[in-house]
Design a protein around this ligand. Structure first.
Ligand code: ADP
Length: 752
């Protein structure tokens, strides 16, 4: 299982993670090579570097165990299994350290000294005879203990491990320096044996590996981390080591060769150390100052990023608010005012103008102005689109115009510059308002100081221009729709007035015609011959026909505006209504030699509607059935309850109606091109009126037909008063509510 990494390793840290692997690997490898050297008697391998004293086998075993332990410790943060491996190896290393320490301190042989390659060891090194020096034992112990207390998962043990590892590094470095300056006490802690140079080097590398097993924590992180502090430490460490060591060597050399006096050498040493320290301190100061500058710059950058983000958020908010406000702005002036009032604060502008193209596209009208003196606004209330001004240029080019300084204004608009200077305009941004590639006008924001426009200013004004253009287009469509509606309403009013006038103007003379014809028929003005009687009959017939058409037209016109007030709805006993119709159509049935079958519903069926209008519809359907059925055919009337509605069906065995005409017969003035219709009287209004009437009574009128076999027209009516809020409450059958007087049934509609 992977353990959680405490934090993402920075680049420098990632590189330093390899220190432990390399140090541990080197230590273990040298240990193995030395052991191979002992086992094969190869001197080169025992000493690794020529001229060194060989490392003894027991120490080499410690190199291998310690090396593996360090490698394992550096991996355990990534793989939990290494925790156990590190522990076991660390215990072994500690145990070796204790063993050798006890042997050296108490000077006793615990029987391990010559366990490995004893003979070879004794032959070469009779003095130490395979027992590591006491300082080597101490280093093993310290490193082993450090690796034991390191805890991969918690920070616990970090400090003790650091301390133990640090001490181990110190002991080995002391030995190395002892060898460099030939100071025995530094590499030999007692009379019994001393830490070999190879051992000192390997153990120092191993101890550094122990310290770097946790490169991102504690003191080591001061070297390994990616921050400027660590970068400084990395730079200062090499001179901090090299300069004093080098000076020390020089001093020794000088002393040995007697070049300078002791005092002069000391002063030179002191001077050099002071200069070195000063240089290091100065470099540290430079690093700190750079880090400070870098931090300040980052703070500045963060602040400017934050204010840019805040400005962007504010502008997004304003665009949203503008869109909301524009949704209720229905005139160009209202739209322009919204844009100006939202845009000004968002851009911290001093003035703003919205200019809209006139209908002919030749001029621009200022729809809204803010922040400019009224004389300037008045002077520019309307100006040609060809003017050399930013507002007109933006419209002509459909590109924004950016003027960031008075110099730029003077350069591009020399004529306008004095005016703008007088009204304190030093910079300006103008954006076109475009819909579907068509410019509608332009929008400007002016500033009282020079201003470098950035990308966000341009984007924001463009978005504002876009919103304004869309809102203007909406306002234009709204105005067009309003005027179309009022035109339509006026036309409708004219039509109604015309119909009312026509009904009055035509009906009066028509009634007079009928009256006089009747008088003549009665012979009041003198005897009437048979021919004259026949001609008078034709006059009366034509008069009735004309009156019928006028009535139909008036009816249709009233129905087109919804249910006329005179159609009151209530319960209608269907059988009574339909049963009374036969006498009215009997003459026509007889004249065309048609049989008639009435099939009433069982029981008293009550529909909800208007009796007179139901009679009008059914009479019209029966009249059509008679008209369009050839002599000898059959006309039927039936009623019943179907799907919770009353259905009245009028059927015939006529020539039928083509399927594709089924809808159009309900349109006004539709008459199908058939021989019969040509010879049959009719206006093409009957079905249109009937369907409108049926719907006015919350029912419907539909038809089915088969060519050559006949047609069925079905009138559906509700059985109860529908529950509609504005519907009057149902009236009981007793209270007769037929608003259309019985004698008002237009009998003329039964005309053949
Ligand atoms: P009109 O009968 O005055 O012409 P209608 O609106 O009543 O007008 O009818 C429209 C047309 O529908 C008629 O001209 C006729 O062509 C067709 N039509 C109506 N009823 C029938 C029917 N029962 N059989 C065949 N065609 C019909």
């Amino acid at each position: 299982m992977m353990l959680a990494t405490p934090r993402r390793p920075l680049r420098a840290i990632a590189a330093f993670e390899w220190v432990s692997i390399l140090a541990g690997g080197a230590s273990a490898l040298i240990g193995v090579l030395v052991l191979v050297g002992w086992s094969r008697g190869i001197d080169g391998l025992r000493t690794i570097l020529p001229g060194l004293i060989p490392a003894i086998p027991n120490t080499s075993v410690a190199f291998i165990i310690g090396g593996l332990a360090v490698m394992s410790a550096s991996r355990e943060r990534y793989d939990e299994r290494f925790v156990l491996i590190t522990r076991v190896l660390a215990v072994a290393l500690t145990a070796l350290g204790i063993l050798f320490f006890v042997e050296q301190a108490a000077n006793i042989d615990l029987g391990v000294d010559l366990l490995l390659f004893g003979n070879a060891v004794r032959a070469i090194d009779s003095q130490s005879a395979g027992r590591p020096a006491i300082n080597s034992a101490v280093v093993m112990l310290l490193d082993g203990a450090a690796l034991l207390v390191i805890d991969a998962r918690t920070a616990r043990g970090r400090r003790p491990a650091e301390l133990l590892g640090g001490l181990a590094v110190l002991v080995t470095f002391a030995a190395i320096i002892g060898y460099m300056y030939n100071v025995r006490v530094l590499y030999s802690f007692g009379p019994q044996g001393h830490m070999a140079l190879l051992t000192a080097i390997v153990l120092s590398v191993l101890s550094l590996g122990v310290l770097f097993a946790r490169p991102e924590e504690g003191v080591v992180s001061l070297v390994a981390a990616a921050d400027p502090g660590a970068a400084m430490v990395r730079r200062l460490i090499p001179p901090a080591f090299i300069v004093p060591i080098g000076l020390g060597a020089l001093w020794l050399l000088a002393g040995d060769a007697n070049w300078v006096s002791r005092e002069a050498a000391v002063s030179a040493f002191v001077g050099a150390v002071v200069i070195t320290f000063l240089t290091l301190v100065m470099r540290a100061a430079v690093v700190v100052r750079n880090a400070d500058l870098q931090r300040d710059e980052m703070i500045l950058r963060a602040e400017s990023a934050r204010s840019a983000a805040e400005r962007a958020a504010d502008r997004t908010n304003r665009l949203r608010r503008t869109a909301e406000a524009l949704s209720s702005a229905l005139t160009p002036i209202a739209v322009a005012r919204v844009i100006v009032s939202e845009g000004l604060p968002a851009l911290s502008a001093a003035a703003s103008e919205v200019a809209v193209l006139t209908a002919d596209g030749n001029a621009l009208d200022l729809m809204a102005v803010s922040g400019l003196p009224s004389d300037v606004a008045d002077a520019w209330r309307r100006f040609p689109v060809t003017s050399r001004v930013p507002l007109a240029d933006a419209v002509r080019t459909t590109e924004p115009v950016l003027l960031d300084s008075p110099e730029e204004i003077a350069h591009r608009y020399p004529d306008l510059a004095p005016v703008l200077e007088r009204v304190n305009v030093r910079a300006m941004i103008v954006t076109p308002m475009v819909v579907d590639g068509r410019p509608l006008g332009s929008l400007s924001f002016s500033f009282s100081g020079p201003r470098a426009f950035d990308e966000s200013d341009v984007t924001f004004t463009r978005a504002l221009g876009q919103q304004c253009a869309q809102a203007l287009e909406r306002a234009r469509l709204f105005a067009a729709e309003q005027s179309a509606r009022s035109e339509a309403e006026a036309a409708n009013r004219a039509k109604t007035e015309f119909l009312a006038m026509m009904s009055h103007e035509l009906r009066t003379p028509l009634n007079a015609i009928a009256g006089y014809a009747e008088l003549m028929e009665l012979g009041i003005s003198g005897p009437v011959s048979d021919t004259q009687r026949d001609q008078l009959g034709r006059i009366r017939h034509s008069q009735r026909h004309l009156l019928g058409i006028i009535e139909d037209l008036l009816d249709l016109s009233r129905l087109e505006h919804g249910k006329p007030a005179d159609i009151e709805l209530g319960p209608v006993p269907i059988h009574d209504t339909l049963g009374n119709l036969e006498p009215l159509i009997a003459p026509q049935l007889k004249a065309r030699n048609l049989s008639y079958i009435y099939n009433p519903a069982e029981g008293g069926l009550i529909a909800y509607g208007n009796r007179a209008r139901i009679e009008q519809i059914v009479l019209n359907l029966l009249s059509n059935a008679i008209k369009y059925t050839a002599p000898g055919g059959r006309v039927g009337l039936s009623c019943g309850l179907h799907g919770g509605q009353v259905e009245v069906r009028v059927s015939d065995t006529g020539h039928g109606i083509p399927r594709e005409k089924m809808d159009s017969i309900f349109e006004p003035f539709t008459r199908l091109e058939m021989d019969l219709t040509r010879t049959t009287e009719g206006t093409g209004l009957g079905l249109a009126i009937s369907r409108q009437l049926a719907r006015a009574m919350l029912g419907d009128l539909t038809a089915r037909s088969e060519i050559g076999r006949g047609s069925i027209f079905t009138l559906t009516l509700p059985i109860n008063a529908p529950v509609i809020a504005d519907q009057p409450p149902p009236i009981t059958p007793s209270s007769s509510m037929i608003a259309v007087p019985r004698d008002a049934i237009p009998l003329h509609r039964v005309r053949m």
